[in-house]
Design a protein around this ligand. Sequence first.
Ligand SMILES: [Mg+2]
Length: 307
Amino acid sequence: MSSPTARRILLIDDDRLQHALVHGFVGRFRGGPWELEVAADYATGLKKLLSGKYSVCLLDYRLGQRDGLELLREARQAENSTPVVFLTADASEETDDAAMEAGAMDYLVKGELNPRILEHAIRYARKLGETMGQLKLLATRDALTGLHNRREFDRMVADECQRAARFGHPFALVMADIDFFKKINDTHGHQVGDEVLKHVASLLAGQLRVVDRIARYGGEEFAILMVETDRKSAVEGMHRLFALLAETPCQPEGTDLTLNVTLSAGLAVMPDDAAACSELIALSDKALYAAKHAGRNRVVTAHSLKA
Ligand SMILES: [Mg+2]
């Protein structure tokens, strides 16, 4: 993804005259140069918008047979983070409400446009988009490790459960916990404990595919969601991770410590082990508990507990 400060505008509009008009306006902006890129139809526009390459998007309300609102809703479902300003042919309170409801930052009436109004709207939308992005980061990420937090992870698991139910795709959920973490904290202090958490988090994140999701689920507990993954592949993935952990001890900065860190993990898969989300989480927890009891530094599957 390019820098969020790049001054790049995406215009999605099916009207060539509008392209030329906006181009002329952008050329007369006072606050320095902006790049303008144009998409003339719904599909191209949506694809470009979701590329995340633009700092702001101007979106036409009427796109041939289709509707800018629909595009905006679809973009939001795909977690679009680019701020969008609506362009409409006429002002109406209904359009205004609908645009706001769909997640637009602002809406401008085409006939009232001039360079000053457009530049102003773009600057505000961009600033607001940045602020909202920072708020979202605060609300969805764990501050220490940068991983997803528990609330965000629960949301992603619920989404994945729905997808699994609809399309029959399997996925795996792993709950993993650092072994003897309390002892690390008690012996070396909380700062070293934090370093160990960051160490494990970065190894986990480095090992996963981009489609997988990982969270700091609790104090020293991590949760991993592996999409399109059956039990066998998930267990293999965890074994690779354990091997990596074993060969990469944690060496906290500013200390001469070398700490060997191990994990215990419980693994359950959808739909083989569970039919519902809550059941899946409970089963992985139970398997994690069994891994601790069996001597730690291992992965236990929910499946193996059923026998
Ligand atoms: Mg149009």
